[in-house]
Design a protein around this ligand. Structure first.
Ligand SMILES: Cc1cc2nc3c(=O)[nH]c(=O)nc-3n(C[C@H](O)[C@H](O)[C@H](O)COP(=O)(O)O)c2cc1C
Length: 249
């Protein structure tokens, strides 16, 4: 069975090269609208979106993320976990905002932000656009907070670079379903060695054959190299999140 939505979802690939063509204000509004209609934990709408249009700020964010190509996109959003608005509501009603500072409420704001982010990506792809979600704004949250004038109880979680695709990268194969979709309980006894060996080979072929940045790397190599990086990278995140007043208990 297929339908246009399933078809589009399974054709997703991150786009990192764009035509020199900005999104229209109408398109940006449509994307924000799509984000707003996502599910939101306890209907608390715990995120905000900053459209970054100032070229100097875009360049500064490119420095943070290390992604020079993002300045050539058609639009850039920063997705911000946000309990500031609800803090103001609590204060206006004389309520003790203790709950807002909890791990539970921080997680809720992360869920809301992430789900809204994916809605933007899916909506953009439905409009013939493409883009890349960027966790690399977390390389320097202090700089992001300063650049965007983010208040207490907010945290910049993700960037989204969008635009008219200039390339169409090969689809990245995902894990074999047997290794990640279980029934009723996590299957600790199953032996997926063969599936994972086959998947490693599939990913090696994908990296070898792709048109840009080709290399010989399996999925296992990729995970090992992800975990062998600089231990100090982003090691200040926990402290930064708490300094913003979030996840203090
Ligand atoms: C939370 C999140 C953070 C990401 N951060 C980055 C990033 O900082 N830079 C980047 O180039 N891609 C980033 N990506 C894109 C992933 O690398 C990409 O989705 C993954 O490699 C799968 O490739 P595909 O999207 O082309 O299928 C991120 C994706 C997610 C979901």
């Amino acid at each position: 069975m297929t339908n246009p939505i399933l078809e589009q979802l399974t054709q997703h690939r991150s786009i990192r090269e764009f035509e020199d063509r900005p999104l229209s204000p109408h398109q940006v509004t449509e994307l924000v609208n799509a984000a707003q209609h996502a599910s939101t934990s306890t209907f608390s709408q715990q995120y905000s979106i900053v459209s970054v249009t100032d070229p100097a700020k875009l360049h500064a964010i490119a420095d943070v993320t290390g992604h020079r190509w993002m300045v050539n996109g058609g639009h850039y959003f920063v997705m911000v976990a946000d309990q500031y608005r609800n803090l103001k509501i609590a204060k206006a009603h004389g309520i003790d905002p203790y709950m807002l500072h909890s791990t539970d409420k921080f997680l809720a704001s992360v869920f809301d932000t992430a789900i809204a982010t994916e809605n933007i990506m899916v909506a953009a792809e439905s409009m013939g656009l493409g883009g890349t979600i960027m966790g690399s704004v977390l390389n320097n949250p202090r700089k992001m907070i300063e650049l965007l004038n983010l208040p207490e109880m907010t945290f910049p979680l993700l960037g989204i670079a969008l635009g008219y695709p200039k390339d169409k990268p090969e689809l990245k194969p995902r894990l074999p379903k047997a290794s990640m979709h279980f029934e009723n309980q996590y299957d600790l006894d199953a032996n997926f060695d063969q599936e994972l060996t086959d998947y490693d080979q599939l990913i090696r072929e994908y990296y070898q054959s792709r048109s840009t940045n080709g290399r010989s790397e399996t999925f296992s190599h990729h995970i090992v190299s992800e975990l062998s990086g600089n231990r100090n990278l982003r090691s200040d995140l926990f402290a930064m999140i708490q300094a913003q007043g979030l996840m203090t208990h």
